[in-house]
Design a protein around this ligand. Structure first.
Ligand SMILES: [Ca+2]
Length: 100
């Protein structure tokens, strides 16, 4: 799975939005529903689609997703985190993948 595929998927019908401009490819997290780290603040949202599940977390609570995990129906999974380049652009780096 390519990063572009994942971002295109969550930018479509889902309430996640991919921002344009200097922060292109940074992903805003709207209406989180899960407190993943147990600090009492909702920081994560789970998105289901026909092909699997995407888990988006904003663990530093700045409104932007800082960890994305994708679980596909075939048991494959991958996780990404945004990295800010020297020129200010953001790219997503795969930090984990495998097969369940
Ligand atoms: Ca964040």
């Amino acid at each position: 799975m390519q990063d572009e595929t994942l971002l295109a998927g969550i930018g479509g019908e889902h309430p996640l939005t991919v921002e344009e401009g200097p922060d292109a490819r940074e992903v805003a997290l709207a209406e989180p529903t899960v407190d993943l780290d147990g600090d009492g603040i909702l920081d994560t949202r789970v998105f289901q689609d026909a092909d699997g599940t995407t888990i988006a977390s904003d663990l530093d609570e700045d409104g932007w997703v800082d960890h994305l995990t994708r679980l596909d129906e075939d048991g494959s999974y991958a996780a990404w985190e945004p990295r800010r380049e020297a020129d200010g652009t953001v790219r997503w780096e795969r930090v984990d993948d495998g097969q369940l």
